[in-house]
Design a protein around this ligand. Sequence first.
Ligand code: NAD
Length: 247
Amino acid sequence: MDYQKKIERLIKLVKDAHKTVVLTGAGASTESGIPDFRSKKSGLWNKYTPEEVCSIKALKKNPRKFYELNLKWWQECIKAKPNKTHYSLAQLEKTGWILGVITQNIDGLHQRAGSRRVWEVHGHLRTCHCFNCNNEYDIKRLSQSYRCDCGGLLRPDVVLFGDAMSEDYYVAEQVMSGCQLLLVVGSSLQVYPVANLPQFARQVVIINHECTPWDDRAELVFNQDSGAVLSKLVECLGESCGPYFSL
Ligand code: NAD
């Protein structure tokens, strides 16, 4: 199917669905200059696996190394600006075409683009807290010290490999209940349990540069930039309003 036909099919799927939800991954933010983890050429971790670098075990074993490896890309996340993907999804929420966005991203760019219903299943980079006394700090504290005033070790409020899932993840499972259409945007669908979420949707559309394990079961697969596909969708829907407009 050519690109124009796929866009037409996408518009029909969105218009026909009574409940559309979006799931985003690191690919949604690459156009903001934040590298993803698993792109073949430009993925962030070519030397290490994400499991080695972003794990609770790595933090406890060698906090200095953990923060040396992670702080740089977290700072890039904090400085980055939303891109066409984030703005298009915010617009789709505003016009009622999508209920909201379940995101694996920790960069906060959906909210900064204007999305209001965002479920951050892997946490966020706004705060950190102490393992020992649970005191909470602004994330900026970590660039000065990874120690709390009590001497305990600080950890960011992101979900690391080896952590329990966030509360938002369980809310996201409920959000998926009765979902007619799930748009998967910029995710390799390799990180569990999030990669299980598409099974709760009746129809799935994938917008991702590379193949995913869900491609065979998807109604449509776009291997294009998510910003281009989603801004085209917004343009074609124009001023029309979807089922969530009054929310
Ligand atoms: P991933 O790195 O496993 O997959 C990203 C996918 O996006 C790749 O398959 C790539 O082909 C695709 N992609 C890249 N740019 C794209 C674009 N412009 N348009 C369409 N597709 C594009 O990412 P994941 O599935 O989200 O899992 C990685 C984990 O890493 C997540 O848990 C996430 O929390 C974390 N992470 C977050 C950020 C962030 O917050 N910005 C950045 C890197 C990693």
